[in-house]
Design a protein around this ligand. Structure first.
Ligand code: AMP
Ligand code: ZN
Length: 130
């Protein structure tokens, strides 16, 4: 069983922030900033691609609820939502989860670096699978 399923079952402790029938929100053990939360479905799905449509509404609601609470409760100036899908993208825990990261003016955290835009056939390749 994965570590997040163990947390959901109560077999591993967590800093619980919010819970409902579908979703659990807890503090990241290695936070990027104070209040960095993880939002997970109680069912085990590996990545975004496996999460059924009817579950995604509960995730979306929880993300908004937590974002608002972080802003009000921590007087954060904003928040980032991030999700790593598959190991190439940095996913370490293979139970789909969203990171909600409170942001403060001047906190020094940097966005991903951008590259020069390139035209190419890759756009056609993406569109083939939509
Ligand atoms: P990811 O790279 O998106 O798979 O990130 C996994 C995240 O889970 C990391 O930010 C870890 O710090 C966090 N994490 C791993 N184990 C625990 C745990 N037992 N309790 C809370 N957060 C955890
Ligand atoms: Zn799991």
């Amino acid at each position: 069983m994965c570590i997040f399923c163990k947390i959901i079952k109560g077999e591993v402790p967590c800093g619980k922030i919010y819970e409902d029938e579908h979703v659990l929100v807890f503090l990241d053990i290695n936070p990027i900033s104070k209040g960095h939360c993880l939002v997970v479905t109680k069912e085990h799905y590996e990545t975004l691609l496996e999460i059924p449509e009817d579950e995604s509404i509960y995730l979306f609601k929880a993300l908004k609820k937590i974002g608002k609470a972080l802003m009000k409760g921590l007087k954060a100036d904003g928040f980032n939502i991030g999700m790593n899908n598959f190991s190439a993208a940095g996913q370490v825990v293979m139970h789909a989860h969203f990171h909600v990261i409170p942001r403060f003016k001047g906190d020094g955290l940097k966005h991903w670096p951008g590259k020069k835009f390139e035209e190419g056939d890759y756009v056609k390749e993406i569109k083939r699978f939509l």
